[in-house]
Design a binder for this molecule. Structure first.
Ligand SMILES: Cc1cc2nc3c(=O)[nH]c(=O)nc-3n(C[C@H](O)[C@H](O)[C@H](O)COP(=O)(O)OP(=O)(O)OC[C@H]3O[C@@H](n4cnc5c(N)ncnc54)[C@H](O)[C@@H]3O)c2cc1C
Ligand SMILES: CC(C)=CCC/C(C)=C/CC/C(C)=C/CSC[C@H](N)C(=O)O
Length: 482
């Protein structure tokens, strides 16, 4: 068995692999490809912007704050493993009290007393919240099967095959029906959906309860307790994985990818441009680890493919993250005296005229314990998610006054519902696409799972071990193997 723990490659190993994108997807791919193909293969990772991609921080008042991907679930085992391997530290997500605002008043307020909150939920929504908790737990339990399959080396040639392996038609159907339909079927009340579920979809994906049920479940998992982040910034995982993989970072934009016959196999020519020069290289395997929807603007064109590669359907959804250093205007929320405002996060319902999705007091990335949130009468740092950039009237509505606003206008995640398709993983012989998985669910861990899957798939297809691809009934197979 080679370093990767898999059977030695019987043919010549690939000599050069390219990965386009140095977000968590691309850097995790580099890490896993190194693990499976061993120390000899040359791995280039192209990045046109900043390593980390949608994992990014901004600096306010000499402190760094997450402006992109911020929280990680305790059951996100790849992210957990990366942090351990890289010697990084966990930062517990200190949530603080949350309230739901409908544009006029708070319709739901968290208190300091868990039992009182539980009673209020029961009084207003019956057992909807218990039904929901059990639904999310069951989905998370089935999702966790992927780690067992991947540990045994099994790979999947499409997102459909991967989801089908986890729960038969269950997860696949959940990508094709809306969250609200699924929850109503579950017996969750419409009021609970409107007042609790909809605000979570707005803060996590900037979209409403018509998004597919599977990504809705991912979003609800991202609203549970026991969430965490990486001390120093989640993007440290990306730079760390590049180093761990001994990958070569090329700060350049890949502009074209084209196939060239090389004996029985195909090589790919990548043309790329830095700020000062253009370049071109040939690779045995290429992984595209950035969304290819035209609205995202990767700028990659696929030339010379016969038949031509299909365009990626759908679009990405804009979410503007504004990091504001200032004084929250508590009067807008019905609290004239800021000393009496007890909430750390304000979520919003799908009410007309509400110009923001959420506003939350946030802590710096380097604070791991004992962070004391500023009280609203003190100047604090807040993260506001909104569909459009906040204009001056909007800022003056939310903040009595402010020192600074740092705006990041993200092509954040898929605009769910803009297509039903789950994009392919295999674009051509040894040309793979990672970000199709985002149409099932967009999260750091989803890109990490896709990265591991592509590394395994590329390895098995290269070494023609196709019995490890798209295997059915894996739970039973693995049980009997044990
Ligand atoms: C505001 C916001 C909040 C979020 N919050 C969370 C959260 O709390 N928890 C969570 O798990 N997830 C969260 N997410 C989602 C998560 O951040 C993403 O799913 C994940 O970071 C995607 O990683 P990726 O590597 O697949 O793609 P990206 O991070 O987009 O990386 C793609 C990279 O490719 C580069 N690139 C593109 N085209 C080219 C080219 N032609 N040549 C070279 N390089 C190119 C880009 O510059 C980019 O760096 C959030 C996302 C946003 C936007
Ligand atoms: C992939 C699985 C099984 C679980 C991931 C759960 C998770 C961490 C989801 C995050 C969803 C998301 C895109 C959140 C964006 S906003 C995050 C937070 N609410 C904030 O306000 O920063």
């Amino acid at each position: 068995l080679g370093d990767s723990g898999f059977a030695q490659l019987d043919g010549a190993p690939p000599s050069k692999i390219a990965i386009v994108g140095a977000g968590i997807g691309g850097t995790a791919t580099a890490h896993f490809l190194r693990q499976h193909f061993g120390p000899e293969v040359h791995i280039d990772v192209f990045e046109k912007g900043t390593v980390g991609g949608r994992l990014a921080t901004v600096t306010v008042n000499h402190q760094d704050y997450e402006s992109g991907g911020s929280i990680i679930h305790s059951l996100n085992l790849h992210m957990q493993d990366f942090v351990k391997q890289l010697g990084l530290k966990y930062r517990k997500n200190v949530a603080g009290k949350t309230a739901v605002f409908n544009g006029e008043e708070f319709i739901l307020e968290e208190t300091d007393w868990y039992l009182l909150d539980l009673f209020r939920l029961w009084w207003r929504y019956g057992i909807s919240f218990i039904r929901l908790q059990m639904w999310v737990e069951e989905i998370m339990e089935k999702f966790m099967r992927i780690y067992k399959y991947q540990a045994h080396g099994y790979a999947f040639s499409s997102v459909e095959e991967l989801l089908h392996s986890l729960s038969g038609s269950g997860f696949l159907n959940m990508t094709r029906c809306s969250l609200s339909e699924s929850l109503l079927e579950l017996g969750v009340s419409q009021r609970f959906i409107d007042e609790v579920i909809a605000p979570v979809m707005r803060v996590n994906y900037g979209q409403n309860i018509s998004i597919p049920a599977f990504v809705g479940a991912v979003s609800l998992a991202g609203a549970q307790a026991n969430l965490w982040a990486v001390e120093g910034g989640n993007k440290l995982v990306c730079s760390g994985l590049l180093k761990l993989a001994k990958a070569n970072l090329i700060q350049a934009q890949v502009t074209t990818i084209s196939p060239h016959a090389a004996g029985e196999s195909t090589q790919y020519q990548l043309n790329y441009a830095t700020l000062t020069e253009k370049g071109s290289e040939f690779y045995d395997i290429v992984v595209v680890a950035t969304p290819l929807q035209s609205s995202v603007g990767s700028g990659i064109s696929f030339q010379g493919f016969e038949p031509p590669l299909p365009d990626m359907a759908g679009s990405y959804h804009h979410t503007v993250a504004s990091i504001v250093h200032g004084y929250l205007n508590c009067s807008y929320f019905g609290f004239p005296d800021p000393k009496l405002f007890p909430f750390a996060s304000v979520l919003t319902t799908d009410s007309p005229g509400l110009f923001f999705n959420s506003a939350a007091s946030i802590c710096p990335v380097n604070i791991s314990t004992g962070f004391r949130r500023k009280q609203p009468q003190e100047a604090g740092v807040y993260k506001v998610f909104s569909p459009q950039p906040l204009d001056k009237p909007a800022l003056k509505t939310l903040f009595r006054s402010y020192y600074s606003v740092q705006v990041t206008d993200w092509q954040a995640y898929p605009h769910y519902g803009s297509t039903q398709d789950l994009p392919p993983v295999v674009l051509h012989d040894s040309l793979y696409y990672l970000n199709g998985i985002e149409w099932a669910g967009s999260a750091m861990e989803m890109s990490s799972v896709a990265a591991k899957n592509i590394a395994l798939l590329a390895y098995h297809r290269w070494s023609r071990q196709l019995e490890m691809v798209d295997q059915k009934d894996l739970m039973h197979k693995i049980k009997t193997e044990l």
